[in-house]
Design a protein around this ligand. Structure first.
Ligand SMILES: [Zn+2]
Length: 201
């Protein structure tokens, strides 16, 4: 089974992907992990300079990694362009699109805190630390990551919508897009996914 994930930062797709990966017995592959573990020194040089690899390089690296998985995969962070989507055409993949209001994303991310020492993630509403501002596991101070500041969130959402809109239209036209309403609780979202997976796939 082949599954592609599309969804805004803060849509919860990473958490859902982990659960789904266990449920289906196929790996959750994120392009961030693929790139970081790539042995090619040229690629590592590009990444450590904070630059992006070209579309062609990206496609080659991802396809090589996917070939290793015979039972299927859940792919996160790829495709980002129509060219990349075309490169996956040989796989009969379904696309899970995590649909969520921007306002809810903003609220979710603004309440997120992370430990300045061990990087553990907390959420002031859903997963608060026992002692305010202190990490439960290591006692480190909790801070708001730069990524989660309001202006940065707005910018990330704008970029996300610009880049993802063509892909959503592409997969919708192709008939492989499955919309997952993701504004509710993680449990609600997960049960929607499982129902869809059991009936459609
Ligand atoms: Zn900690």
């Amino acid at each position: 089974m082949y599954i592609i994930l599309l969804g805004a930062p803060g849509s919860g797709k990473g958490t859902q992907a982990e659960k789904l990966s266990k449920h289906l017995g196929i790996p959750h592959i994120s392009t961030g992990d693929i790139m970081r573990s790539n042995p090619d020194p040229k690629i590592q040089a590009i990444l450590s300079a904070g630059k992006l690899v070209s579309d062609e390089q990206m496609i080659e690296i991802v396809l090589n990694r996917l070939k290793e998985e015979k039972k299927g995969w859940i792919l996160d962070g790829f495709p980002r362009t129509i060219g990349q989507a075309d490169a996956l055409k040989t796989y009969p993949a379904k696309v899970l699109y995590f649909k969520i209001d921007d306002e809810i994303v903003k609220k979710r991310l603004s309440l997120r805190r992370s430990c300045s020492k061990c990087k553990a993630i907390y959420h002031l509403e859903n997963k608060p630390p026992v002692t305010p501002s202190v990490c439960d596991s290591c006692g480190g101070m909790l801070v708001q990551r730069n990524d989660d500041l309001a202006e940065i969130i707005n910018e990330r959402l704008t970029v996300y919508h610009e880049k993802t809109a063509p892909l959503i239209a592409h997969y919708r036209k192709e008939g492989s897009l499955l919309e997952i309403p993701s504004s509710g609780s993680p449990e609600e979202t997960y049960s929607t996914i499982i129902k869809l997976i059991d009936t459609v796939i």
